[in-house]
Design a protein around this ligand. Structure first.
Ligand code: FNR
Length: 365
C-alpha cells in the first residue's frame, strides 16, 4: 500500500496545500493570560517542519467576555495575543507550512466562576449547561449580536495576521454547537425550533466573518454529531436531516467542512459505508476533512508500509481518500507524539514513532 493519496497536493481556487495532511485543533493551555509565546511558536514550527499540509491551531477564543474557561487558553483579540499569533504565522510560513486559527467560544462549557471573567455566568441558548442544570440565563439577542460581532472581528484579525484560512469551531458542545443541538437549544425565537433555525446562529457567524475577510479567504467550519456532554448525541439521524443542518451554513459562505468523528471508519448512517465527511461531501459537493483515531503507530505503519502486523484502518483511510470520499485528513494525537511523523512514514522509519500517551500533554514539545 502506498501513501501517495496522502501526499497528493490539494488545489482549489482559494486554498492550495502541498499534501492532504492537516493537524487537528488541540487545546494545549500554554498561553499565560491568553498570550501565545515563544514555546507556542516553536510547537507549531515543528509541525510545519514535519511537512503538515495545513496546521489548524488549538481553539483560540474570540473577543467576548465569556468565550474562555481558562486564562492559559490563547485569545484571539488582545494586541499582545495577536502579536504572539503573528509570530506563529511567521514561523510556520518560514518553515514552508500553512496555518489556520480555530476560532472558539466555549459556550456552556464555561462554568460560573471559571476562567478569566468570574462574574459572568455560563450563557447558553437555553440557559442550561447540561440537561436539567440551570447555570445561566438564556442569551439575549443583544448578547447573540455581540458574539457574532466578535467572530467577525476574529475573522478580520485572521486575515490581517496573514493566516492562510480560518476554522470556526462549531463542534463538540461548545457555543455554536449549543445552538445546533436540540439537547441544549430550547429557544422559540429565530434561533431555535427546526434544524434550519438552530443553524441560524452559525449562519450569522459565517456571514459576519465573510463580510470581514472577503470572498477569497477560505473559511472552514468544524462540526460534530458527538458532544462532550454526550458522546451519543446527534444533530441528524438521516442524510436529509444532516442537509437541513448544514445547507444554510454552507450557503452562508463555508468553503470546507471539517467533520469531527471520534473514529473515522464508522459509517454515519444505516445502509452506507460513508462516514460523516463522506456524507457531507456528497450532500454539499464541497471539500471535506475527516478525522478520528488516525493513529499512525507502529502497528498501523507496518500494515500500510507492506508489513503484516496491525490493523487495516489506515489502509482503509488511504483507500477512501484515494476514492475521494473526502479530501483531507486531520490527525491529532499522533502529531502531538510525533511532530514529523509524515516524514517518518514517508521514509519508512517507523521504529522511532512514539505512541500517544496523555502524559505528553504535560509539556508543549
Ligand atoms: C482535542 N480536540 C479538539 N477539537 C477541537 O475542535 N478544538 C480543540 O481545541 C480541541 N482540543 C483537543 C485537545 C486535545 C488534547 C485532544 C486530544 C483533542 C479534538 C481533536 O481535534 C481531534 O478531533 C481528536 O483528537 C481526534 O483525532 P485524533 O487525536 O484521534 O487524531
Amino acid at each position: 500500500m502506498s501513501i501517495d493519496a496522502l501526499l497528493r497536493p490539494f488545489t482549489t481556487p482559494k486554498l492550495s496545500l502541498k499534501n492532504r495532511l492537516l493537524m487537528a485543533p488541540m487545546t494545549r493551555q500554554f498561553s499565560p493570560d491568553g498570550v501565545p509565546g515563544a514555546n507556542v511558536v516553536d510547537y507549531y514550527r515543528r509541525r510545519a517542519e514535519g511537512d503538515v499540509g495545513l496546521i489548524i491551531t488549538e481553539g483560540t477564543t474570540v473577543g467576548h467576555k465569556a468565550s474562555s474557561f481558562d486564562s492559559s487558553i490563547p485569545n484571539f483579540y488582545t494586541d499582545e495575543a495577536l502579536a504572539g499569533w503573528a509570530d506563529v504565522v511567521k514561523a510556520v510560513h518560514a518553515a514552508g507550512g500553512k496555518i489556520a486559527p480555530q476560532l472558539w467560544h466555549v459556550g456552556c462549557a464555561r462554568k460560573p466562576g471559571s476562567g478569566p471573567f468570574p462574574d459572568y455566568p455560563s450563557a447558553t441558548p437555553s440557559g442550561y449547561a447540561l440537561p436539567g442544570k440551570k447555570v445561566g440565563e438564556p442569551l439575549t439577542t443583544t448578547e447573540i449580536d455581540e458574539i457574532v460581532k466578535a467572530f467577525g472581528e476574529a475573522g478580520r484579525n485572521a486575515k490581517m495576521l496573514g493566516f492562510d484560512a480560518l476554522e470556526i469551531h462549531g463542534a463538540h458542545g461548545y457555543m455554536i454547537d449549543d445552538f445546533l443541538w436540540e439537547g441544549l437549544n430550547t429557544r422559540d425565537d429565530k434561533y431555535g425550533g427546526s434544524r434550519a433555525k438552530r443553524s441560524q446562529f452559525a449562519v450569522e457567524i459565517v456571514q459576519a466573518i465573510r463580510e470581514h475577510v472577503g470572498e477569497d479567504f477560505p473559511i472552514i467550519f468544524r462540526f460534530s454529531q458527538w458532544k462532550q456532554q454526550n458522546y451519543d448525541a446527534r444533530l441528524a439521524t438521516t442524510p436529509d436531516e444532516l442537509m437541513e443542518v448544514l445547507a444554510p451554513i454552507s450557503d452562508a459562505g463555508v468553503d470546507i467542512f471539517h467533520c469531527s468523528q471520534r473514529r473515522f471508519w464508522e459509517p454515519e448512517f444505516d445502509g452506507s459505508e460513508l462516514n460523516l465527511a463522506g456524507w457531507t461531501r456528497k450532500l454539499l459537493n464541497k471539500p471535506t476533512i475527516t478525522v478520528g483515531s488516525v493513529s499512525l503507530n507502529e502497528e498501523f505503519i507496518t500494515t500500510f508500509m507492506g508489513g503484516e502486523a496491525g490493523s487495516a484502518d489506515i489502509g482503509e483511510l488511504l483507500q477512501r481518500l484515494e476514492a475521494d470520499e473526502f479530501d483531507l485528513v486531520a490527525v491529532g494525537r499522533a502529531l502531538i507524539a510525533n511532530p514529523d511523523w509524515l516524514k517518518q512514514v514517508q521514509q519508512g522509519d517507523v521504529s522511532a514513532l512514539k505512541t500517544y500517551d496523555k502524559s505528553l500533554l504535560a509539556a508543549l514539545a
